[in-house]
Design a protein around this ligand. Sequence first.
Ligand SMILES: *[C@@H]1O[C@H](CO)[C@@H](O)[C@H](O)[C@H]1NC(C)=O
Ligand SMILES: *[C@@H]1O[C@H](CO)[C@@H](O)[C@H](O)[C@H]1NC(C)=O
Ligand SMILES: *[C@@H]1O[C@H](CO)[C@@H](O)[C@H](O)[C@H]1NC(C)=O
Ligand SMILES: *[C@@H]1O[C@H](CO)[C@@H](O)[C@H](O)[C@H]1NC(C)=O
Length: 966
Amino acid sequence: MKRFLSISYVLVAASTVQAQLLQFNSNGSNFKLADRSVAPSIVVTSNERVGIARAAQDLAWDFGRVVGINGTIATSLTNPDSGPVIIAGTIGHSSLINNLASTGKLDVSTVEGKWESYTSQVVRNPSAGIPWALVIAGSDRRGAIYGLYDVSEQMGVSPWYWWADVPVQTKISVYVSSSGKLQGPPSVKYRGFFINDEAPALSSWVQKNFKGVFNSDYYRLVFELCLRLKGNYIWPAMWGKSFYVDDPKNGQLAHDFGVVIGTSHHEPMARSEKEQGNALQGDWDWLTNKKNIKTFFAQGIQRAKNWDTYWTMGMRGKGDVASPTLKAPDLEEIIQVQQALLHSNTNSSNSSSILQTWVLYKEVIEYYESGMKVPDTITLLWTDDNSGNLIRVPTANETNRAGGAGLYYHFDYVGGPRNYKWINTIQLVKTWEQMHLAYNKNARQIWLVNVGDLKPLEIPLAHFMDMAYDFDRHGSLSSTNDFIKRWATQQFGPSIAEKTVDFLNRYGMLTARRKYELLSETPFAFSTINYDEARRNLADWHALLNAVQTVYDSLDQKTRTSFFQLVLHPVMAGKTMVDLYTKTAMNKLYAEQGRVSANLVAEQAEALFKEDADITKRYHTLNNGKWDGFVNQPHIGYTSWQEPSGGLNIMPSVSYTSFNQTLEGLFGVGIQGTSMSYPRTKNLTLLTMSSHMPEAEVRSFDLFALKNGTIPYTISASNTSYITLSPSTGLLQAPGPQSDQRITIAIDWTKVPTGHSTALITISITSTTATATLHLPLHKFSPPSTFTGSIESNGVIAIEAAHHTSSESLNGVSYIEIPSYGRTHSAMKPWPLTMRTQTPATGPALTYSLYTTTLSTTAKLLVMLSASHNHDPTRPLAFAWAVDERAARTVRYVLANPVYKESKEWRKAVVENGWTAEVAVDGALEAGAHELKVWLLEPGVVVQRLVLDLGGLRGSALGPMESRRV
Ligand SMILES: *[C@@H]1O[C@H](CO)[C@@H](O)[C@H](O)[C@H]1NC(C)=O
Ligand SMILES: *[C@@H]1O[C@H](CO)[C@@H](O)[C@H](O)[C@H]1NC(C)=O
Ligand SMILES: *[C@@H]1O[C@H](CO)[C@@H](O)[C@H](O)[C@H]1NC(C)=O
Ligand SMILES: *[C@@H]1O[C@H](CO)[C@@H](O)[C@H](O)[C@H]1NC(C)=O
């Protein structure tokens, strides 16, 4: 069991004091807020700022959900006998709170004037005849709103109670502690999400529930969720939608909730993409239609100026693509015009009070990098490559602009190399790693994430919002696990929280191996012949599904409904997809080999295709069809970046074999490491088995029927004293599940002669004289007893980066292991993020001891790294490496091409979810012990695996099984 280091986070800590405000038993010193017969009266004075009374109403209803009696809402402290009292409001606005503060009954000094902060305290004798009240005093209106929702949350109402049917954790009584609670400003100032690419899933749901209009009834639900997640910022749905037009109440509603609205990166001045087409006079072309576009912009400003709006600046081409004509000076002019219009059309006296952001999306960053002048008051919104890898973070003076810096990130995407918009594919710990890069460089003004349809991306969204709200809770290596545990406790109760941590980590790793939409690529991502890769990957899915299903079965019905949406569905649907494509690939191999079982596997694939549709239906009929439509996104049969045309899943093609008369005999043999098989190839040699094979490696071959019938077989080895074959006799029965038999080979190495030897395995069919002979090379050796490290097998050494023999710490720089990161085990990265560029001469090294068994003159090292970009262009990502006494060499492994050029190298990194740097070892590498040193030279370098190829490396997605370590 690995222990998590606690790493010291060097950045300034926010003034956040975490405390349990509520308790559920009397302890003599706490105060009863509610029980089954009484709920509090929540007092919000009538002159209070908009949004607070509305949130108070939600809290009043939450008391109904938790204890069975709704709270009431009042505007003054009139009726002292009516029971417990909550006073909620903003410092400076609420006359009640001002009185309490000025009479010294309430200390507001800790939050006053701060951003979105609050203090929740029990105040005695707030007014004549009222013995005490819980006072929630916000520094501003959202401070007060978050204070109200904090009570809901602590009481047992999840932010997801509606959006994921999370059961309310009911209580007999609710007490408030005398110690109160203080919540300082959020870590990131504007935190929220973008509803995007909403067809077909969300659109069909809105069609059914809101007559197809993204109206204020729909946004009411979105805004409430946003606030309950402690967010404050939304980019509304935009394809064929117009937030301010579709329902004229939408803009006012956002304001009334206290949610700031932005329009997306290609919708400047609060006007939708749709309006660019249907409300603008003339073309969406600045160079030819300036006058009309100015008017169009001014109208957008006029429409939204009285509400909280974060104005999107700049301009792109029509339909979210690059403009073919605009140059950097044009963009400068556009932004100048937009700023002038903002000034003249709003009542703001200075530019810094107008929230403006320019999104450096795709080609837009090119204008910026070419030296374009951007007014300092504009927030620069840095982006990822649409696949979760930040392209840039602020550097140098970009970290302290007046308008600040932010980031626009993706959990869902429509575009190349391939869409991912069906279900969740986000590895939470990668979000953690990438967000640290941005936060460390002061990208703290805006965090906005594209969540597609919103459902089913509940978990990555909750994680993102939690980091944005309170980054200090995410400062240690165990933070992601801590978050999952907190989150799972809230949704499902404490009993399965630890298990959920394990489930989500495993799920994240499996989806990190390949996104679903990419499984249709040929050849299949996971090798069907090397390293048992496809089979082992599928086995991981099966094991996860079994574990998750067992937990699901143990839950009560209400919890099942939400656990299904949040945990079981993605695992079940994901397993089915991977199973379908694994079976499809197996079918292809089996058909080539003439196996009768190819037909069975084809049938299984067809059944999995149907099962996928059944799983979709199960989701859609859940809770009386509440979520009908949300997972109807086609996901099977992609052949390009875009979903299959026609919007339907397409069954991958499978082959059925009829018996091949040219293949003589009744049976065949398939072996590991090659698609060649008997009888097509008469002389088969198995992969070498060595005394130091990887622990996970199971050696076997497949016996299969070529024709229908019953085929009795016997298998024998030339050296029965140390080779065990199981089973060694049996019957193939074709057709059916027994038309193939996997035979495993076990070796008693104590009896094998030292050095290289060859054994023979003979397969005979009892009814005929047909026999097949397999050659089995064996290699027994012993590394020196003093050696510790990784040992070659079959011409490769593969090592998880975390399995080093030593890890140095020098000049305040050391290595940390990010648990559950990447595709196979974990990842290593240097720390802290504030470190300077390291060199092999002065920086700390990771050392790996290796033992090779043959001389190699062509050895290569493959270093598998995360898919990160050179997010600080002045400090490209690099590592250095050296084998034995050879000089250290530095490798810059990220392609210099700008990401938006979508090069084939970038595509490969995104598809594989990592860079693989391949470097040649100079000169001959003798058999024996070696030392590999690796230096990670920049803080963004994340390394997952190392493979030393001595000539034996075979094609696969994840590389060889990890070598044996002694
Ligand atoms: C609380 O009020 C809401 C809205 O009127 C109502 O739907 C709900 O049933 C009430 N809850 C209780 C427990 O009375
Ligand atoms: C930031 O630095 C760049 C490059 O040195 C310079 O051109 C630019 O004017 C600076 N910007 C600000 C706002 O100081
Ligand atoms: C039958 O086997 C022969 C010999 O291996 C091969 O060339 C041929 O393509 C096979 N035919 C079919 C239909 O699979
Ligand atoms: C079969 O393969 C083995 C091992 O590669 C080799 O030694 C032998 O000569 C081969 N036999 C034939 C008949 O090709």
